[in-house]
Design a protein around this ligand. Structure first.
Ligand code: PLP
Length: 392
């Protein structure tokens, strides 16, 4: 039998995608995978069709179409005040997923350690393992004032050592909705500088913020511009998760390495969709205000409804997920409870343990996403309500 690599054997299949397949099989409302079930802005669709009709159908420049890079640096300067050079500091990738993988492969060696906050977006662990690196986990717990997810500064300090090559930050965070504060990012920055470590920051939910929460890019902190790779993409801000357009912003030295890996991994992201992406990146501030408002309304419909049904929840401050405790509804573990919710209630979620490295943490939590049409959220609410009534 041909062998399977040790790397590929060292992590499991994506639980989120697995839950989505279960959801399809049982006709469940899919609140597992974080993609919108409503259309993207029509200006983007028109721009994509126009680009294809204008025959923008061949490879773009490997590190990204010029129009896209120019629009991206203009938008980044508008929102963060940082000026990037579109010729030497931008790499357009196949989603922020590839941006993270290319960055880690470019900047981390086998045997290095990568600091990762948990609960985490499930790609980071496997990404580190694929580089031959070891993830060092720092655990967030809902122990802050008002139930905020916070880390223990001492645990973070202890996670940094002589083998640390990178720290991965995700703010606003999937799955908790945590928005890292300036003080928290300040400590991470201090440790990065002290240990000469790169910060790789996944800011894909940068525009989905609630209740006055402020998104801070760690690249804007003193001493961090040169040692940060900022990653984001079109998927969440413009509701086009299937377009697979993401990017990195980083110093010329880091970008040169990222571009080499990116070129050999994927050659480039879809050329006509980069043209349409340039239109997306040029949308006015009011677009982003409306996006955040839309998601706040969805959050405010959905999260209190979960609470009424007996789930233990806190309002997330950003992104479009909520971690929900279910101890008062069932004594089961998260995976059993999640599978039963799909089969009996017809609603798919993600088991909480899939966001943690250690067994036992997160097994009384499930994650719902609320990036769905109001009708979809109401349908899920009705299904959950009748299931709770019938099972009590
Ligand atoms: N990063 C985070 C934190 C996510 O939650 C997701 C998708 O859910 C991604 C990255 C994937 O982004 P992309 O579609 O740009 O690859």
């Amino acid at each position: 039998m041909p062998k399977v690599s040790t790397k590929a054997s060292n992590f499991t299949e994506s639980v989120i995608r697995e839950m989505t397949r279960h959801a399809h099989k049982h006709g469940a409302v899919n609140l597992a995978q974080g993609f919108p079930d409503f259309p993207c802005p029509s200006a983007l669709k028109e721009a994509a069709c126009a680009a294809i009709n204008a025959d923008v159908n061949q490879y773009a420049i490997t590190w990204g179409a010029k129009k896209f890079r120019d629009a991206l640096v203009a938008k980044t300067a508008r929102f963060t005040g940082i000026e990037y050079d579109p010729e030497t500091e931008v790499t357009v990738t196949c989603g922020s997923t590839e941006a993270m993988m290319s960055s880690l492969l470019a900047l981390v060696d086998p045997g290095d350690e990568v600091v990762v906050f948990e609960p985490f977006y499930e790609n980071y662990g496997p990404d580190a393992i694929l580089c031959g690196a070891t993830p060092k986990y720092v655990t967030l717990a809902p122990d802050g004032p008002d139930g905020e997810w916070v880390f223990d500064p001492e645990q973070l300090r202890a996670a940094f050592g002589s083998k640390t090559a990178a720290v991965i930050i995700n703010t606003p965070q999937n799955p908790t909705g945590k928005v890292f504060t300036r003080a928290e990012l300040g400590l991470i920055a201090e440790l990065c500088i002290e240990h000469d470590v790169v910060a790789i920051t996944d800011e894909i939910y940068e525009h989905i913020l609630f209740d006055g929460a402020e998104h801070i890019s760690i690249a804007t902190l003193p001493g961090m511009r040169e040692r940060t790779v900022t990653i984001s993409g079109l998927s969440k801000s413009y509701s086009v998760t299937g377009w697979r357009i993401g990017y990195t912003l980083a110093s010329p030295t880091l970008t040169r390495a990222i571009r080499k890996v990116h070129d050999f991994l994927t050659v480039g992201a879809a050329a006509p969709l980069q043209e349409a992406g340039a239109i997306a990146l040029s949308l006015s501030d009011s677009y982003y205000e409306k996006l955040a408002q839309t998601y706040r309304k969805k959050r405010d419909i959905f999260v209190p409804m979960l609470e009424r049904l007996g789930f233990e929840v806190k309002l997330p401050r950003g992104a479009y997920y909520v971690m929900a405790g279910f101890s008062s509804l069932s004594r089961e573990k998260d995976v059993d409870f999640g599978v039963r919710l799909i089969k009996e209630a017809g609603v798919a979620t993600v088991p909480g343990s899939s966001f943690f490295s250690k067994r036992g943490i997160g097994d009384k939590l499930i994650r719902f996403c609320f990036c769905k049409r109001d009708e979809t959220l109401h349908e899920a609410a009705e299904r959950l309500e009748s299931w709770v009534k019938n099972s009590s």
